[in-house]
Design a protein around this ligand. Structure first.
Ligand code: SAM
Length: 328
């Protein structure tokens, strides 16, 4: 302290700037800076409270809070929020302050199809007209739905755009001892209701395979949970299916918190095609009535294909005890 008991000008300027800078920091940086002085500690505390109170950073109609009732000391999970699909980011992840709803990539725009790195091969998987041998027959996608889109004259109020109006039901993200975070209903949800899109980075199959290998390694050493979803759409030609790889591990929305259940859970995963849209979107709908506080789950796949998988704690009577893994 100098200047007759007044704080030096630089300290005052730093404190003034802190509320704008701290929301950009990663949790480790935030906790380090909160140890430096009382003012920064208070600002860091309010950033943590804001992050815990809404995983969607004000991007959806309703806040979706993190709830941890003394399971451990994690107040929230850190990830970059996107309400819809985005192109893959290589190593250079953007920073996102609280309250910003989209990721800025003015150089490329927001929604583009994945690029095919090896120009000689496409991303389709051959199944030679044998639907039972096709990889898409092993997934739990019951339906392909068509909705109106940018190619139509109607607006978002059109009844045929249910999955395009954002998340409008009350949800919460609850911490549990054995499964980590999980998405729960915070109201009664009738069967058939739209829950949310599975938003994340669109990856090429090559990138998805590379990332899955890293995630498998990290999961086996308990360092990280991952959220890479692979879906396949059978193409009209009949002899191939298109892979869509969506990674919500670092960039995604609340769908990344939906845990696996061996009995198929209470959500159906539906491919939704919008008129005018290039790629289908993967969306969750309630497959049965869901009570307030019940966990929302779906089946990640067939665990018999993953004998070395990690332990499953879904609690279903048919639980195999092993988590399925995507065979990329
Ligand atoms: C897509 S994330 C789901 C959110 C995750 N629980 C979290 O805390 O971020 C997938 C990870 O959740 C955990 N998980 C999901 N379902 C599980 C289950 N039935 N039993 C045990 N762990 C599960 C596994 O660690 C898995 O790799």
């Amino acid at each position: 302290m100098s200047n007759n008991g007044k704080k030096p000008k630089m300290v005052v300027q730093l404190a003034d700037a802190a509320p704008y800078v701290l929301p950009y920091l990663h949790p480790a940086e935030l906790s380090a800076i909160s140890l430096t002085c009382k003012t920064l500690h208070l600002i860091a505390k309010s950033v943590t409270a804001a992050r815990s109170s809404d995983a969607c950073r004000n991007s959806e109609k309703l806040p979706i809070p993190f709830v941890n009732t003394n399971v451990d000391n994690h107040p929230y999970a850190y990830f970059i929020y996107t309400p819809t699909q985005v192109l893959s980011f290589s190593n250079d992840l953007p920073r996102q302050p609280w309250g910003l709803c989209s990721i800025e990539r003015p150089d490329i725009g927001l929604i583009l199809p994945p690029t095919i790195e090896d120009g000689s091969r496409c991303e389709c998987e051959r199944c030679d007209n044998d639907l039972t041998a096709c990889p898409c027959s092993r997934q739990n996608f019951s339906e392909l739905r068509w909705e109106c889109g940018s190619g139509c004259k109607c607006d978002f109020e059109c009844p045929n755009r249910v999955s395009q109006r954002g998340i409008s039901i009350r949800l919460k993200i609850v911490r549990s001892q054995r499964k980590g975070w999980g998405l729960h209903a915070d109201q009664f949800i009738p069967s058939g209701e739209f829950i949310c899109e599975y938003a994340g980075e669109l990856l090429t199959t090559k990138e998805a395979r590379n990332r899955q290998q890293t995630y498998d390694k990290n999961t086996s050493t308990n360092k990280q949970t991952s959220a890479l979803l692979v879906v396949r759409e059978h193409l009209p030609s009949g002899n191939a299916c298109m892979r869509i790889n969506i990674d919500a591990t670092k960039i995604g929305n609340i769908a990344r918190f939906v845990n696996h259940c061996c009995d198929g859970g209470n959500l159906s995963t539906i491919l939704v095609r919008n008129s005018g849209g290039l790629l289908p979107r993967v969306c969750f709908f309630a497959s049965q009535d869901i009570l307030k506080d019940q966990e929302l789950t779906f089946s990640y796949g067939d665990s018999s294909l993953n004998l070395n998988g990690s332990k499953c704690f879904c609690g279903a009577s048919c639980c195999t005890g092993i988590m399925p893994s995507e065979h990329t």
